[in-house]
Structures are given as C-alpha cells and as structure tokens.
Ligand binder design. Structure first.
Ligand code: LLP
Length: 411
C-alpha cells in the first residue's frame, strides 16, 4: 500500500503543514472545524425518532473551543469526572445537558454532581448505596453491563465479565431493593461496552439494554452509550460503519420500545471518537534516522507523552509524509518517539518512503484520545492545538506548555 503524500492536504484548507509547524512549533495538534461539525451532524441526523440526544463523550477531546462548537451543533455531553464537568460547564453546557457517568467515585464527587444539578449514573450496587445515603429521595441513573464487550484491544473493552464496568443483570433485585430503601427515582439506564465498527454488535447491545429496561417502570431515558469507531486504517482500505442502516435500525428499536412502554422515552447515544477523531491530525518532526540490525527507525518528537494510543493499545494511525515528492523505494520503517522507553512508538514496520531529518509527518485521525491522553512525562511540554476555521483562518486554541508550567504546582 502506497502511503499517499497528498490525499489529506484538503484537510489543511490551503495551509501547508510545514508552515504550521514553523509557526506553532512541533509537535502540534491541528483540527479542522468543518470535519468536526460534519461529524456532529452525522450523529444528530442519525435517526428520525424525535426524542433523541447525542451526548458527546468529552473524554475524547476536551478542548473548550471544540466543546463550544459541539454546543452550537446541538450536542449534550457525557462527563466521567468532576474535572470534565468543570470543563463542560466552562464551555457553556447547561448542567441539565450533562450526564456524569461515574465509575468508582467518592461520595465527595457524587456531592459535586448533585450540588451542580448534574444527573449521575453509578455502576455498582455499592455505589448506589453510597448515593442513596447521600441523597435519599433523589434522582439517579444506572450503568448496566449486559455481557457484550467490543473493541480493538483488551484495554478498551468496557463490557462483559472481565471488565470493571456496569452492573450485571443478576443484581437487578438488589438494585430495586436499594431504590425502594432510599426512595430513589431511577430516571434512566445506560451502558457502553466499547468502540468497534460492527453495527450488528452495537444493535445486539441495544437489545441487551432494552431487555434490562423492561425491569424498570420509572425510566425517562435509555442511553445506548458510545462505541461508534472510525476507520483508522483508511490507507489499507478500511471503510466506515454504515450509519444509514444503523440509524434506520435504531429508529425501529426506539419507536417500538416506546410503544411497548406506552410513553415517548428519550434515547441517547454517546459518541466520543466518532465526533473528534477524524477532525484532528498530529504533526511532528523527524529528528533522527538509523538502522539497528536491519530495522529502520525514524526518531521523531512524537513520543507517547503526545499520543499514547499506539503504545497503550497498539492502535493503528495512518501516516502521511509532507514535503516534496521523494525518490526511492518504500520500506518498512518504525516511527518512534523521544521518550526514554522502548515501547515508545507510533508505528511499527510501516511501509513509508525514504525519510530524512527535518521531515514533517502527519499522524491522521488523532483528534480523539490524542491530546486528552497526553502527559508531561520526561517533562516534555504538551503540544499546542490549532483549529482551522470553516473560513480557512487559523486559531490557536491551546498554547504549548512552558517548562515553567511544569514546575508550577510543586512547592
Ligand atoms: N460513553 C462512555 C461511558 C465511555 O466510557 C466512553 C469511552 C464513550 C462513551 C465514548 O467511547 P468512544 O465512542 O469514544 O469509543 N482511550 C481509548 C478509548 C477509551 C474509551 C473510554 N470510554 C482509545 O484511545 O481508544
């Protein structure tokens, strides 16, 4: 497979990635507003069912400017921590537009959500008891784990017996007893079993959650979770999920379940990466070329402190090389970073044209779980983020950390 050096240039709307690096420094996250908005619209138009909400899982990318655009596009948000709630509120989401999907949180964190009027979902019988003691007579939601799990790596599967998430259906009697004991109103149920590209598996999950919903009369909403992946290996021919067919099937499930319940329930989906992955490219610079025992290494400033997914989950990201077309055979090349760890790689044995020091690489589809999972390991500053606006203008939406930033909290 030939790694095209040009097909993604549309992404930059006339800007040259090499100039972007010169202007904002390397490495650099670059986002495209048009693509972000289009992905929001793909989701809000998923179904014709009228009581439908798209809760953007902001853990994928919490940049306040992007969150502001999501609000303009009519999205609500799923938050998983008080910090994410603070970011969502700062971006302008109303508390009633937020759903705090918690896992193993403290009573203080529960109180944080209650005080701000953010509905909380807890995912164990033990957390339900803690909440009941804290807020008798209150409203709550529950995350169930129907048994299905999905995802491209075991560390991203969030359903089934091997994961820590959700309440298994066998605990429904205990759940009901606690709801009664504390006079809690169960407003909704949710699940999220992991992200993958099979609409059949997603719909299996929908059926599983609806069968759990049949145990509860008080529900106002059912949240089918996230799980819409994107084709990360487009250069290898990977295709996106068929959202037209998925949307039609979802509409049928939602209409018929509401009819069965005799009330117009609200249904929610929680895309994270689908909204923000494809609008983002991570740019970086090659600083070193070497061979160790026949293995080629291109050493870059794209360490796992900048993009952790490849190291953590062996995730695939397509790569582009920018600059003038070059002569020479494509050959398997390891793209590695600058952290002091041997697991620090962006791609293994990727077929790439000859690279040299100073080359600029684009790591594609890096807008989700890219910056949001970055760190300051090795005291490397996290990169800046730049947005290409719809009209083609550039906006710096997060500045690069300074070395002083990294010292500031130490007393
Ligand atoms: N809803 C809940 C409750 C979640 O926990 C997640 C993601 C989502 C929705 C959105 O899932 P998405 O559609 O974005 O996959 N860092 C990993 C992914 C971890 C996902 C955690 N939960 C990665 O880079 O692949």
């Amino acid at each position: 497979m030939n790694t095209s050096v040009t097909h993604k240039l549309n992404f930059y709307q006339g800007h040259n990635p090499i100039d972007l690096i010169a202007a904002y420094g390397s490495p650099l996250y670059v986002y495209n507003e048009k693509i972000f908005r289009q992905r929001c619209r793909d989701m809000t138009n998923l179904t014709t069912y009228p009581h439908f909400k798209v809760n953007y899982a902001i853990k994928a990318n919490t940049n306040l400017t992007l969150l502001g655009i999501a609000i303009e596009e009519g999205l609500c948000a799923d938050v998983s921590s008080p910090g994410e709630a603070v970011a969502a509120l700062a971006a302008g989401f109303a508390p009633s537009d937020l759903f705090f999907i918690a896992n193993n949180i403290s009573a203080e964190e529960m109180a944080f959500a209650m005080e701000r009027g953010i509905l909380l979902s807890v995912d164990s019988v033990s957390q339900l008891e803690t909440y009941g003691k804290l807020n008798p007579g209150g409203e709550i939601a529950l995350r169930f784990n129907g048994g299905i799990g999905g995802g491209h790596h075991e560390n991203v599967i969030t359903g089934g017996d091997e994961t820590k998430f959700g309440i298994r259906a066998v605990y429904i009697p205990e759940v009901k007893a606690l709801l009664t004991k504390y006079g809690l109103k169960l407003k909704g149920i949710n699940h999220h079993f992991g992200s993958q590209n099979s609409k059949e598996l997603y719909l299996e999950g929908v059926e599983e959650l609806l069968s759990i919903a049949r145990h509860f009369d008080s529900l106002e909403f059912i949240d089918f979770g996230g799980g819409f992946s994107i084709p990360y290996n487009k250069q290898g021919g990977e295709a996106p999920m068929d959202f037209v067919v998925l949307g039609q099937s979802l509409t049928k499930y939602m209409e018929s379940f509401s009819k069965e319940c005799g009330k117009p329930l609200t249904y929610i989906v929680e895309p994270g990466r689908y909204i923000s992955a494809e609008c983002g490219v991570l740019l970086g610079t090659v600083h070193s070329i070497k061979e160790n025992g026949g293995n080629k290494f291109a050493g870059t400033d794209l360490g796992f402190s900048v993009l952790a997914r490849t190291t953590l989950y062996e995730s695939h990201h397509d790569i582009e090389v920018y600059g003038s077309p070059r002569d020479g055979e494509y050959s398997p090349t390891n793209i590695v970073g600058n952290q002091c760890e041997s697991g620090d790689y962006i791609a293994k044995s990727r077929l790439l044209p000859p690279l040299s020091e100073g080359d600029i690489l684009g790591i594609l589809d890096a807008g989700a779980y890219g910056y949001s999972m970055s760190s300051q390991y090795n005291h490397r500053p996290r990169p800046a983020e730049v947005l290409i606006r719809e009209d083609g203008s550039l906006q710096l939406i997060r500045r690069r950390d300074t070395y002083e930033d990294m010292l500031i909290n130490m007393l």
